[in-house]
Design a binder for this molecule. Structure first.
Ligand code: SAM
Length: 223
């Protein structure tokens, strides 16, 4: 249950020196202005983070994962990569948490430039869709945490879930779809299926995937 992992009381209480010691050598250096910008929600075994870490070496990123053992695995994986590639992977980390409850504890308003929901668990049988990671209610939270022009990436191999995520995003006033050209030009879009363990599994089995990639709009008058 949630009582088994600590939850920071606010984003100011996230100890950056634990996650990114290369960037924040001591807890005091936490007051540094650099913040986490990418969040991989339900990161699983961490494949996406590992790819993004070298693609965006100056950007701090975090995976959020509910399962304890999986989180430990990702932690070890990143530590091993840091050792074998000096100077690299210092910008990636992972935390065990329930992302459906604690996003506001980790991220301030307009902090994130990218948020990922890759192959989330479908939870179709649940009443009121309350356990789905994309819902109108949670999109309000994500719209708060993502900065204007920031991007939310979703992908699934479950068609019904894909349609649900797309319709939630389409109906939300703070998000707009990327154009085909923008999707084509964004190198991160290609990683959604190729870099994640789940995506690789789906493509090995010849499965279809359904993406929805949306931008957090800049509210009128604030451009
Ligand atoms: N994104 C990874 C990928 O594409 O390979 C993993 C996909 S896996 C099917 C879904 C992951 O989400 C699981 O590792 C699960 O433990 C995690 N998860 C489910 N609910 C969660 C929650 N409320 N908070 C954080 N992680 C969660």
């Amino acid at each position: 249950s949630d009582s088994h992992f600590p939850v920071p009381t606010s984003p100011r209480h996230v100890d950056y020196s634990l996650h990114y010691p290369h960037f924040f050598p001591s807890p005091e250096s936490n007051s540094c202005s650099q913040k986490i910008e990418f969040a991989d929600i339900g990161c699983g075994f961490g494949g996406l983070l590992i790819s993004l870490a070298t693609l965006f070496p100056d950007t701090l990123m975090i995976g959020m994962e509910l399962r304890d053992k999986v989180t430990e695995y990702v932690k070890e994986r990143i530590l091993a990569l840091r050792v074998s590639n000096p100077g690299q992977y210092q910008n990636a980390s992972v935390v065990r948490t329930n992302s459906m409850k604690y996003i506001p504890n980790y991220f301030e308003k307009a902090q994130l430039s990218k948020m990922f929901f890759l192959f989330p668990d479908p939870h179709f049988k649940e009443k009121n869709h309350r356990r789905r990671v994309i819902s109108p209610f949670l999109l309000d939270e994500y719209a708060y945490a993502i900065k204007p022009d920031g991007i939310i990436y979703t992908i699934t191999d479950v068609e019904e879930l894909g349609e649900w995520m797309k319709s939630c995003l389409e109906d939300h006033p703070m998000f707009e779809s990327l154009t085909e050209e923008e999707l084509e030009a964004d190198p991160v879009v290609k990683l959604l299926s190729s870099a994640t363990e789940e995506g690789q599994k789906v493509s090995r089995n010849g499965g279809q995937t359904f993406k929805a990639v949306y931008r957090r709009i800049v509210p009128a008058g604030q451009s």
